[in-house]
Ligand binder design. Structure first.
Ligand code: NAD
Ligand code: ZN
Length: 351
């Protein structure tokens, strides 16, 4: 029988770049679901794979389909899958976990030691069809905007990081106004934070963050943070810190302006070791929490926040047809972007 083929964005060379290719449509095995992709969003991880940095060379194999932020509909069910219907709107948790370890058993799938990542360790969602295990499937209510759902995966990282702590009335510092930092700012506002300050050196991104309702979006190199805190009425320091840049300098700056007893969650992935004065953490009683991936409950929280009025559309800065994916990656690489959404169902634009 002739194999049915589809379009996919693949890592085609052992070097920089990605290509559109014809690859076989994946069929769902037992316990798996096939998804017809509607929209996808580009993540910083996809940009790393595009640029072919050391990390991606170790994880991704040449020929693989990439991408892990998506929304679509169920198009086929594997043997033994029950309770789901063709046509249901879905997204999916991108971390496929073992299901048997202590963390999986306690609902902390984000800490499974045997995680396999969609679009990194196995074929991903930048394709007309994707196959994932049934238990990774997330049902999506029809009233949710598909452009926003396309980046629920990243929204999940922001939700996990921000909702780690009680936020009502708290003063929050977010370091890094990348898409995830900006989304986190929106969550903090929605969840009732008092003051929200976000830092970045990229003016384009600071202006996007202002659209999400932050009190101040500032360049940490040119802004005197203690003076700004005074102006905003902060007496003892920030109560909550969300580190979303991965920059050691940003984390050190955060430590210097936290209230004694403050809480910090760390999402940004650093480039290597940094030097710290441990006494800044110990003597001031700070709590630090590393954040990896999302909790399954975050998917429910995200849908409810959007249905409750959290508007994330300002984060979307570019929309392209998938055949124009190069323009999307160019926008991401320029730094002058928020989320870039690719459309997989509309007809390709005529040149
Ligand atoms: P991004 O790279 O688009 O944004 C990071 C931002 O930090 C950039 O805009 C950059 O200009 C800014 N920045 C750099 N140095 C800074 C400094 N000293 N002070 C303030 N800002 C500074 O990344 P993103 O997609 O928004 O993701 C945020 C971070 O989270 C990244 O580090 C990413 O690798 C990481 N991440 C982690 C997980 C996880 O599971 N832990 C998941 C997704 C993303
Ligand atoms: Zn596990």
């Amino acid at each position: 029988m002739e194999q049915k083929m589809m379009d996919a964005i693949i890592k085609h060379v052992d070097g920089e770049g990605l290509a559109l290719a014809r690859v076989p449509i994946p069929e769902p095995g037992p316990g798996e679901v096939q998804i017809k992709i509607h929209k996808t969003a580009i993540c910083g991880t996809d940009v790393h794979i595009y640029q072919w940095n050391e990390w991606s060379r170790q994880h991704v194999h040449v020929g693989q389909t990439i991408g892990h932020e998506y929304v679509g509909e169920i198009s086929a069910l594997g043997d033994g899958v029950t309770g789901l219907k063709i046509g249901q709107k879905v997204s999916g948790e991108g971390h496929i976990t073992c299901g048997h370890c202590r963390n999986c058993h306690t609902g902390n799938i984000q800490w499974c030691k045997d995680t396999v990542s969609v679009g990194v360790d196995r074929d991903g969602a930048f394709a007309e069809y994707l196959v994932i295990p049934e238990r990774n499937l997330i049902l999506i209510d029809d009233d949710l905007d598909e452009d926003v759902v396309s980046f629920f995966d990243a929204f999940g990282n922001a939700t996990h990081t921000a909702l780690q702590w009680l936020l009502p009335g708290e003063d929050v510092l977010i370091t890094g106004a990348g898409p995830i930092g900006i989304i986190a700012a929106g969550i903090c506002r929605y969840a009732g934070a008092r003051r929200i300050v976000i830092t970045d050196m990229n003016e384009y991104r600071l202006s996007l963050a202002r659209k999400m309702g932050v009190d101040r979006a500032v360049n940490p190199l040119t802004t005197d943070l203690p003076a700004l805190m005074k102006e905003l009425g902060l007496k003892e320091g920030f109560d909550v810190g969300l580190e979303m840049s991965g920059a050691g300098a940003a984390f050190k700056q955060m430590l210097s302006v936290m209230r004694n007893g403050g809480k910090i969650s760390l999402l940004g992935l650093g480039n290597g070791p940094i030097q710290l004065d441990m006494n800044e953490i110990i003597g001031r009683g700070l709590t630090l929490q590393g954040i990896y991936g999302r909790k399954m409950d975050n998917w429910h929280q995200m849908a409810y926040m959007v249905q409750g009025g959290l508007d994330l559309t300002p984060v979307i800065t570019h929309r392209f047809h998938y055949t124009e994916f190069q323009k999307g990656f160019d926008a991401m690489i320029s730094g002058n972007s928020g989320k870039v959404v690719l459309d997989w169902t509309s007809p390709a634009p005529t040149k």
